[in-house]
Design a protein around this ligand. Structure first.
Ligand code: UD1
Length: 445
């Protein structure tokens, strides 16, 4: 087991290039099975989730190689419709293979990805969408068998604009007979990237990025070379890290329109952001201002994936801020950990009341999920003293060597094995011991 050890209090400074988007790469890797032959994907980050997806593709007969941010997938040998349970349960995104595999092979057998740390994460919308296209779905003992001699285009209305369900349905409908219209589709940038990739393989799809996506099914897909978009959540993570450490960071290869809601909130908080083409500079020289109310919602509203990160910045702001989480029910697990670092946060159902404190203090904390973990690292960078973040396998799912990325911006952060004896120094500051709102604040040592 590894952990990250962070010496806080150093402003981040420098220039960094943003990695490719995990959440775009995963469905696109799955969609590559629609075409027979070798597809080349560029700008694919080297992450745990990507490695699991490549292992799944290999397990069903494809050849897959990942070198220098480029993946070659040869689907010629695709010979199995069964996703092994051990791989399936490692990553929820394995569910993305349902749509393309039932389209290509007429059958797919997967296992329930199950719940996860941030909420229930049902897949009913995925299954209902595939049923509407004509698939028969049998569920027993956690196994899901989806079969279709033929998929037929139809009108599908999503009760919620689920990102994954929209993507799964798009991939299946791309190979269905006739036209499918997805109403109340998710509008996230990753949906547009999937549309662009499918179209590069020959598909006829319009409307991604709006709430209505139209898909005219085709019978033959051609392998292609495609470049994945930059990761908007990694962009947002570094923007918040720059602001929380009162640093000055320039981000390259950014798509600014993908982080409009964050730019807006950070500017309200007093952070200076300038944008020129795909380059963004983020600076903060004073204590952040409080932000009255931020509500997470599907794109283009404020993303749930940046909620924990924004909370770190608002923990340091000059008053009371409120964040309401409306997408996932279990996404405040980082709050107890931030409280250990001296943050003053009160949770009432899905709303966090964050009373800014002048400082956070180093502590030993646990990453409970991917974005919670990233938030704790950012909190550690901004904090006074040493922070140890444990359970960092969650962070490795979404950030390509986060410690190197931050180290190149001047952060003092090292990855060590959990056994090595690192005992964070503590600084006896009154704020840390007296967090009246949560009662959970405690320091190391
Ligand atoms: C994707 C992202 C994740 C992000 C989330 C919301 C990937 C790989 N992951 O996850 O980082 O946090 O979008 O922006 O792209 N729901 C149902 N039934 C379903 C599907 C979803 O009720 O069949 C609910 C979920 O429980 C959740 C909400 O819809 O409350 C949003 O989920 P969804 O948009 O599907 O998120 P993911 O695709 O899982």
């Amino acid at each position: 087991m590894e952990k990250l050890v962070i010496e806080g209090g150093k402003p981040l400074k420098g220039t960094i290039r943003i990695q490719g988007a995990k959440n775009a790469a995963l469905p696109i890797l799955a969609a590559s099975v629609l075409a027979e032959g070798t597809t080349i994907l560029e700008n694919v980050p080297d992450l745990l989730d990507i490695r699991v997806m490549l292992d799944i593709l290999r397990a069903i007969g494809c050849k897959a190689e990942h070198k220098n941010e480029t993946v070659h997938i040869d689907t010629t040998g695709l010979n199995s419709f069964h996703i092994p349970a051990d791989l399936m349960t490692q990553m929820r995104s394995s569910i993305f293979l349902m749509g393309p595999l039932v389209a290509r092979l007429g059958s797919v057998r997967v296992y329930q990805p199950g719940g996860c740390a941030i909420g229930e994460r049902k897949i009913n919308l995925h299954l209902d969408g595939l049923r509407a296209l004509g698939a028969e779905i049998e569920e027993s003992c956690g196994m899901i068998h989806c079969r279709a001699e033929k998929l037929t285009g139809t009108d599908i209305y999503l009760d919620f604009p689920s990102v994954g369900a929209t993507e799964n349905i798009m991939m299946a409908a791309a190979a269905a007979d006739g036209m499918t219209i997805i109403h109340n589709a998710a509008r996230e940038p990753e949906i547009q990237d999937l549309q662009n990739f499918l179209c590069a393989m020959g598909a006829r799809i319009y409307g991604a990025g709006t709430g209505t996506i139209t898909i005219e099914g085709i019978t033959r897909f051609t392998p292609c070379t495609y470049r994945i978009i930059p990761d908007r959540i990694v962009t947002g993570t570094l923007m918040v890290a720059a602001a929380a450490t009162r640093g000055n960071v320039t981000l390259e290869r950014v798509i600014p329109s993908h982080v409009t809601s964050l730019i807006h909130v950070l500017r309200r908080s007093g952070v200076q952001i300038t944008v020129s083409g795909d380059i963004m500079n983020v600076q903060c020289h004073t204590r952040p201002k409080r932000v009255e109310r931020v509500i997470t919602s599907p794109f283009p509203a404020f993303p749930t994936d940046l909620q924990s990160l924004l909370m770190v910045l608002l923990s340091l702001a000059d008053g009371l801020s409120i964040i309401k989480e409306t997408v996932f029910e279990g996404r405040f697990k980082h709050v107890d950990e931030l409280s250990r670092m001296g943050a003053d946060i009160l949770i009432d159902l899905n709303t966090a009341f964050i009373r800014g404190v002048p400082r956070l203090y180093g502590a030993t904390v646990e990453a409970t999920d991917l974005r919670a973990g990233a938030a704790l690292v950012v909190a550690g960078l901004a904090a006074h003293g040493t922070t140890v973040v444990e359970q960092i396998q969650h962070i490795d799912r979404g950030y390509d060597r986060l410690e190197q990325l931050l180290g190149s911006l001047g952060a003092v952060i090292t990855r060590t094995s959990l056994d090595s004896a690192v005992r964070p120094e503590t600084e006896p500051e009154p704020e840390r011991a007296s967090n009246p709102r949560t009662g959970t604040a405690r320091a190391n040592g």
